[in-house]
Design a binder for this molecule. Sequence first.
Ligand code: NAI
Ligand code: MG
Length: 335
Amino acid sequence: MKLCVIEGDGIGREVVPAAIRVLRRLIPELEVVTAEAGWETFQATGNALPAETVSTALSAKAVLFGACSSPSYPVPGYSSPIVKLRRSMETYANLRPTRYLPVPTARPGVDLVVVRENTEDLYVGDEQTEDAGDTGTATKRITRYATERIAHTAFRLARTEGRRCVTIVHKGNVLPQTDGLFRRVAYEVAKEYPDIETDELLVDTAAYWMVKEPTRFDIVLTPNLYGDILSDMAAAWGGGLGLAPALNLGEEVAVAEPVHGSAPDIAGQGIANPTAVILSAAMLLRHHWRLPAPADKIDAAVNAALSEGDYTADILGVNGMSTADFADLICDKLE
Ligand code: NAI
Ligand code: MG
């Protein structure tokens, strides 16, 4: 088993080593190769995602990615490395689960997965500017091909996890040629899974219900942009960004990454919560390497540590455990 590790920027450099310690405890034979990407890499080399990183990732087939800092203003030659890496590896499905964890900030009963299409929509990166920068236009692309494969992912996941319902989330009333296509194709695929219930919500209504009554959701099947936003909203019910894992899946390739970013406000202090990246590593075990037993062990260890009230500072906003101490505690609880 081989894993390409990309720590990235900011707290990525702190939480990823913590998760590697946990993985190594369970899979001592794991072969780890490291690669560079991110804003610091861009500043040093002029390339945020060097070609060697992509080839290391492709040959390992499994990646654990921390987070990268991306400026919110245009920088010539820079584009988000994680978006590019997902595309280079054709990880077309982004699974973002939110389940109740025993912390005071989480909502009891929440257990949902946002299944986000990961290759198209507004994220194809086709943006133009005209009118001396005063007009910007972006392309939103939805295809039958990509919608079919993400819909199959959602319904297959519903079956393997014994889930009841897939909710298609879209804005087909305003965007009939793009979101309307997504909706239509998703319903076609649904016919192949008569044992799973299917319903739909417009994305604005979905956002309302995600805030008001998150326990009504089971699997949310949605295009790229809505999935990005709704999964961050859902993460609030899971106890916060420090606890929210994600996995990008392709054909025999996977990139595990926490939902959170590089958290420059707390980077370098050794206080970041490593849970999100540890749970992302568990998803890699479960869905990519198909090793549910060690994945279950990680989930149970995280639950046990949190139920005893052992937190990093993001959970209660007061002095908490350090990243390293929390990771040690998880390692102890794996036995
Ligand atoms: P962020 O997720 O980095 O931070 C948001 C807030 O949550 C901050 O207050 C941060 O301290 C806290 N937080 C996040 N993860 C935490 C953890 N593990 N433990 C404790 N507290 C945690 O999002 P923000 O501030 O919007 O973005 C910061 C940078 O990260 C930006 O440059 C952005 O482009 C980048 N980013 C990168 C992502 C990626 O690489 N996948 C995803 C999201 C943002
Ligand atoms: Mg996001």
